[in-house]
Ligand binder design. Structure first.
Ligand SMILES: [Zn+2]
Length: 418
């Protein structure tokens, strides 16, 4: 692999656009798009739709189904979502690349963290600057300059920008699966780690909610006829926590117990919420089985007379570092070397759209966004120089997919065996 004379102007074009690539991301961060702020998400979606309209191909606004959620009072509710955006360019080209990002953030409309400032060390500090409005800007910049490359017609691509990644991608999962099946290689724009490293293997993740329903009664006059849902929830929490350490790489985090009643009433409602992380499909089966045993045990032998319901499930399958991933990451490292960038990777317990895409059969790198850190906190930051660097890395990957120096079909074959 090498940088050819017709590749260089594409890379140079990115360097000359640095102010815009960074500046628009800063502007986008001032639009609050917390995953549940539908009004802000819609504003962000409109802004991005206007940018996507400048590309060749078709832009679609794809409606998403509401996701089922369990409220603290035990009722089932629906979380609505704004549309996902999908750009499809040259769907008949021999190489098909899938690029994904999310335009939601973890910061609600009520958060005090609403815009970007520059830290004394020059880093940009703001909500979503790394995760991932900076990444979306990088993705779009790389594609824009790639359109001026003489071999662009060999590569077609789909871009999916979703509104629900930070709450598990339940609604956009079918779109991700569809693109994962059809594409040869995936590029996702989560931030790289603070030292620039990419995420290699990723664990899988599941979110579960156990609903416990009892019977309320006056704690003084009629205690015996009550059925205490909080006591049942506590038994369940202890049993779930005891699953830790039983199987390599599997963790169960009992995150919340909600419910209860005034002190003089036996509580008839509680919800236990927990997250599971696991390394492979076999452990998913094991842990699902163990969770069901906990639920069954509570029904049969726990606090008497409670109804216990299990909701939720695995949202992100594990993303093992298989042969296809190793081959792709080696190509990315080589591309980085040509640009004077050192590309390393390490396993991550975090999860993202890359998990979904891989499970659907797509080899992918999912941390091609800007370099930054402290994401999901009010210290979130990104390094401004990384915007152009990472856009150049993506543009070079696209150019090498076009030239065949990165063999996309071979990568897909390594992943699916087909
Ligand atoms: Zn993200």
């Amino acid at each position: 692999m090498r940088i050819l004379p017709h590749d260089q102007p594409v890379l140079d074009a990115l360097a000359s656009r640095e102010a815009d690539i960074v500046g628009r991301a800063v502007d986008w961060c001032a639009v609050n798009s917390g995953s549940r702020n539908l009004e802000g998400l819609e504003r962000m979606r409109e802004i991005l739709a206007r940018v996507l309209a400048l590309y060749p191909g078709t832009v679609e606004s794809v409606p998403l189904q509401p996701s089922r959620e369990v409220a603290n009072d035990g009722t089932l509710t629906e979380q609505r979502h704004t549309d996902a955006l999908r750009l499809t360019v040259r769907p008949q080209a021999p190489v098909q690349v899938v690029l994904t990002g999310h335009y939601d953030t973890v910061y609600p409309a009520s958060s005090p963290f609403q815009s970007v400032r520059t830290r004394q060390d020059g880093a940009l500090w703001g909500p979503g600057i790394a995760d991932m409005k900076g990444g979306i800007s990088v993705l779009l910049a790389a594609l824009e300059v790639f359109e001026s490359h003489p071999e662009k017609d060999r590569v077609g691509y789909s871009v999916l920008l979703s509104p629900d990644e930070e709450i598990g991608s339940l609604a956009s999962a079918p779109l991700l699966a569809d693109l994962g099946r059809k594409g040869h290689v995936g590029l996702t724009y989560e931030p790289a780690m603070g030292d620039g490293a990419l995420a290699g293997a990723r664990k899988g993740s599941g979110n579960f909610h156990i609903l416990v329903k009892g019977r309320s009664a006056h704690a003084g006059r009629d205690f015996a006829s009550g059925r205490n849902a909080v006591a049942g929830a506590a038994e369940i929490a202890v049993a779930l926590h005891a699953l830790n350490g039983q199987r390599e790489g599997v963790t169960v985090n009992v995150a919340a117990i909600s419910g209860g009643s005034p002190l003089n009433v036996v509580p008839d409602n509680a919800v236990v919420r927990f997250n599971v992380r696991l390394p492979d499909a076999a452990s998913a089966e094991w842990v699902q089985n163990e969770i069901e045993k906990v639920v069954l045990a509570e029904r049969l032998t726990g606090e008497h007379g409670l109804e216990v319901e299990l909701h939720g499930g695995f949202t992100r399958p594990p993303k093992p570092f298989d042969e296809s991933q190793a081959a792709l990451f080696n190509h990315v490292r080589t591309a980085g070397e040509l640009l004077g960038q050192t590309i390393a990777w390490k396993p991550s317990g975090g999860v993202c759209e890359g998990n979904n895409l891989h499970a659907a059969g797509l080899p992918n790198v999912d941390t091609l966004g800007v370099v930054g850190g402290d994401i999901h906190s009010e210290n979130e930051y990104a390094l401004p120089r990384s915007f152009v660097e990472r856009a150049q890395l993506s543009a070079l990957i696209l150019m090498k997919l076009a030239s065949g120096e990165i063999d996309a079909l071979e990568l897909k074959r390594l992943r699916t065996g087909a």
